[in-house]
Design a protein around this ligand. Structure first.
Ligand SMILES: C[S@@+](CC[C@H](N)C(=O)[O-])C[C@H]1O[C@@H](n2cnc3c(N)ncnc32)[C@H](O)[C@@H]1O
Length: 240
């Protein structure tokens, strides 16, 4: 059968960015423990109701966690980036960018600017790599304004005052020592220009200490908008 030359061409295939699962061991352990409890309850031994209830709670937690990491956090960052009041020409740095969830959401708002992501590609996110982040940026249609660097956020390879905005989502708390986390905060402040904005999302217990260390900033729980329980946004502005 001959092809009709007047037929419109098929649209070019374009896949959607995939941002992976943060700390993938967490939902895996919750899910496995939940299934184990439910199976044990099915044996109808004494205490099986409590066991079934525990299993249900663990499975619900795994579900909430997966929803948050796959969908909720993206929605929340869309909202937070809208609040920053970007002009569209800023230089933005995302610390621990992973597969680019925040980096790419920011780059979409910077048609005349640039979004740089740094990461060490540890196991704190499934399948993270510079290639995946750049492929996600290409899939989002903004690869021309995204740059990815392999760099430790405790020793950033950028001059003082080179960014208008620094963001970091669920990454600084992965640095094992308090000293390392404070060094990352000092580095974030160093590379910010005077008047630049710092936005960090991390567990409340950590975000509170970051604000104490910086001796400035406001803390705001991130929600509703996704079941991202216990995560807090620290927003600070570098002194002029
Ligand atoms: C939980 S993931 C979050 C990724 C991304 N911010 C997001 O919200 O999708 C944390 C990321 O921080 C990175 N990371 C951990 N320690 C780091 C360090 N010292 N310097 C740079 N990146 C780091 C990990 O490799 C991982 O990609």
């Amino acid at each position: 059968m001959s092809k009709d030359l007047n037929e419109p061409p098929l649209p070019a295939f374009r896949w959607s960015p995939r941002y992976g699962v943060d700390a993938p061991a967490v939902p895996a352990v919750l899910g496995a423990a939940g299934v184990a409890c439910c199976l044990a309850a099915a044996w109808r031994r004494p205490g099986s109701i409590a066991m079934a209830a525990t299993g249900a709670v663990l499975l619900a937690n795994a579900g909430v966690y997966l929803h948050t990491t796959l969908h909720g956090k993206l929605r929340i960052w869309e909202r937070e980036l809208d609040r920053v009041g970007l002009q569209g020409n800023e230089q933005l740095l995302d610390l621990g960018c992973g597969r680019g969830a925040v980096l790419i959401a920011a780059a979409k708002r910077l048609p005349m600017g640039r979004a740089v992501g740094t990461d060490l590609w540890t196991r704190d996110q499934s399948g993270n790599s510079p290639e995946v982040t750049l492929a996600n940026a290409a899939a989002a249609g903004i690869a021309d304004r995204v740059e990815v660097r392999t760099a430790d956020m405790t020793a950033l390879p950028f001059p003082d005052g080179s960014f208008d905005v620094v963001t970091s989502a669920m990454a600084i708390h992965n640095i094992p020592s308090a000293e390392g986390r404070y060094r990352a905060l000092d580095e974030a402040m160093r590379v910010l220009r005077p008047g630049g904005q710092l936005l960090i999302a991390d567990p409340w217990s950590m975000a509170r200490k970051y604000a104490e260390h910086l001796d400035q900033g406001t803390l705001r729980p991130l929600g509703p908008g996704g079941p991202w329980l216990g995560v807090t946004l620290l927003h600070a502005v570098k002194e002029r």
